[in-house]
Write a new protein. Structure first.
Length: 608
């Protein structure tokens, strides 16, 4: 059986998953009467809502006498841990680039990993039907990017296809025929991508993707480096240093056939398969025959840059909206997540019922919290804090990111100003077509927390920001945070419209009438820099004296809507976000006002 293993690399929203849809349709994977799903590979609810790929997935397509295993990889830098591992499984890569936007930071991030591993890329210029498409310039930008990433001469001599995944066609030239559909791409994969290199020796497989299946337990996906595997075969599992993790039997060998995984009787070297039956094996472990002593080397993974603390929800409303509320449940869930997601690091805190979770960015941590709340968890989370380190000389260093912002020309001034306030350094500014400007900054990760929302407000929703971990730099000093204080409820009950109306001059509210509040909960933003306790439960005093003026209907200003990402960016170090399946609330860490004053005095005494 002829085999090809290919990864699809692209920036978020450049059309990877749509391309896979078309390949599945045109290879005859779908039956004529089968209902076809748009973006079939994005099966996770959050992926469908946000239109991004979070988890890597594999599929298999039969073309002529060759089976092509295709891995759809995440396009967002926060999920880079997934991408690095996937590249270990493949022998070729389709680099998909938007014909208008050109290569963006995530393209750069994944392509650099692919070139280092010696993969020979095929460049696909997608969306050439866009009115603002500039395919010729984009090809030059891709070449410059490859050259900047130290590509070899062989890698720089890449084949190019132009087309539209949405319309279902590819061609070798811009004025080429559209009538062949995806055939030029299939044929190019067969001619340009090498068949998998098969090593001699007993069975070995490096675990690349881990998932939990309700019927099969742990399922590990990877490529077989050597030998073959059958159900009921005895194997052992080695960690990356060669220590024995466990010995056991393979319960099932599953192969990818279209969008389905089907049990097979035997799989041989070169194929990508999923194995079930090993309760302790995880990502980066080598599953091998009992006589093997040396593990397959695993790709090192960039370190986490942000950390947050997850803790039990101890507010007065705890347990009223979720069914998973104990510290043990939260701990088990986070440890289970860390097993499958090697870009996450989970550490138990010294304090009771606290867990510290470190990851690659706000999006990755935000998606973990969103997934947990949908599963019925209630928890409190702290403001994300950047992980600092000390170099050999003992100097403090912090993570630095390369930030690319595409913005309409008239808004570029405010973006440069806001980024400089956040200690960012402007390294490039150039027109990017259609009266838009591309700004490139080096910015400390600390300064970027919460900037996405502010950027969209400043640019009326027209800016696109992309960021990529660049390295560590000397600590850049204090960055000014939120200037306003907050309005804090001083009692527990249901918020009253009349009380809120009377307090509107104090600042905008974050709650609506009838919402449950409690002492220490943040209900609004103060117009001044200090925090203020208010009573939002006080109704209108009723008397038996009639007045000549009719009671006016209370008209309230619409409240500030707090999404999860907005809330995480908004809170200060002494505040928490309370997350439940139904609500997102902001609160002070210490709910009692006297305790807050004592803590404030102790903090002042320390700084003196």
């Amino acid at each position: 059986m002829n085999l090809r293993n290919v990864a699809i690399i692209a920036h978020v929203d450049h059309g990877k998953t749509t391309l896979v849809d078309r390949l599945l349709q045109q290879s005859g994977t779908y039956r004529d009467n089968q209902r076809q799903v748009e973006r079939a590979m994005d099966s996770n609810d959050l992926e469908r809502e946000r239109g991004i790929t979070i988890l890597a997935k594999a599929t298999s397509i039969q073309w002529k006498d060759t089976r092509i295993n295709i891995v759809d990889t995440p396009g967002h830098a926060d999920f880079g841990g997934e991408v690095e591992r996937i590249l270990n499984m493949v022998d070729g890569a389709l680099v998909l680039v938007d014909a208008a936007e050109g290569p963006l930071p995530q393209t750069k991030f994944v392509v650099s990993k692919a070139l280092k591993m010696g993969l020979k890329p095929i460049v696909v210029i997608n969306k050439v039907d866009r009115p603002d498409a500039r395919p010729v310039e984009v090809v030059n930008e891709v070449f410059d990017l490859f050259a900047a990433l130290d590509a070899t001469d062989e890698q720089l001599d890449f084949p190019i296809l132009y087309g539209s995944a949405k319309q279902g066609w590819m061609a070798a030239s811009l004025d080429g025929s559209h009538g062949d559909g995806m055939k030029p791409l299939f044929d190019l994969i067969l001619s340009h991508v090498k068949a998998p290199v098969v090593e001699e020796g007993p069975f070995r497989l490096l675990g690349t993707i881990l998932e939990a299946n309700p019927y099969l337990g742990r399922v590990i996906t990877g490529r077989i480096s050597s030998g073959s595997v059958k159900p009921n075969q005895t194997v052992k599992v080695l960690d990356h240093e060669g220590r024995l993790v466990e010995a056991g039997r393979i319960m099932k060998v599953l192969a990818f056939r279209g969008l389905e995984r089907v049990p097979i009787d035997e799989a041989s070297a070169g194929d990508i398969v999923a194995l079930a039956g090993l309760p302790n094996a995880t990502v980066a472990h080598t599953i091998c025959a009992p006589e093997v002593e040396t593990p397959i080397p695993a790709q090192p993974i960039d370190p986490p840059t942000l950390a947050m603390t997850f803790r039990v929800n101890d507010s007065p409303l705890a347990g009223t909206e979720g069914d998973k509320v104990t510290g043990r449940m939260i701990r088990d869930r986070l440890l289970r997540e860390a097993e499958g997601n090697v870009a996450l690091r989970v550490r138990e805190s010294d304090e009771n019922d606290w867990m510290e979770v470190a990851g690659r960015g706000e999006l990755q941590l935000g998606i973990l919290i969103e997934t947990m709340r949908r599963e019925g968890f209630e928890l409190s989370v702290s403001r994300p804090k950047v992980l600092l380190r000390r170099n050999e000389a003992g100097e403090l260093e912090e993570p630095l990111e390369e930030v690319v912002i595409d913005v309409d020309e008239e808004h570029s001034g405010v973006v440069v100003q806001k980024m400089s306030e956040r200690k960012a350094e402007l390294v490039e500014m150039r027109p990017s077509g259609g009266h838009r400007t591309r700004l490139v900054f080096f910015a400390p990760t600390r300064g970027l927390i919460g900037y996405q929302g502010e950027l969209l407000t400043d640019t009326r929703g027209t800016a696109i920001m992309n960021r990529l971990f660049h390295g560590y730099t000397a600590h850049k000093g204090e960055i000014e945070g939120r200037r306003n204080g907050v309005l804090i409820s001083n009692d527990q009950g249901d918020a009253v419209a009349y009380a809120m109306w009377k307090l509107e001059d104090r600042g905008p509210m974050m709650i609506e009438p009838g919402w449950k509040v409690y002492r220490g909960m943040i209900v609004g933003e103060h117009t001044r820099g200090n925090d203020l306790e208010i009573n939002v439960l006080k109704g209108k005093q009723l008397t038996n004296i009639r007045t000549t003026s009719k009671d006016e209907a209370v008209r309230l200003t619409p409240p500030i809507r707090m999404t999860l990402e907005k809330a995480l960016a908004y809170i200060q170090d002494d505040e928490l976000v309370e997350v439940t399946p139904k609500s997102i609330r902001l609160r002070k860490k210490l709910l009692d006002a006297n305790e807050r004053k004592r803590a404030e005095r102790a903090k002042e005494a320390e700084t003196v």
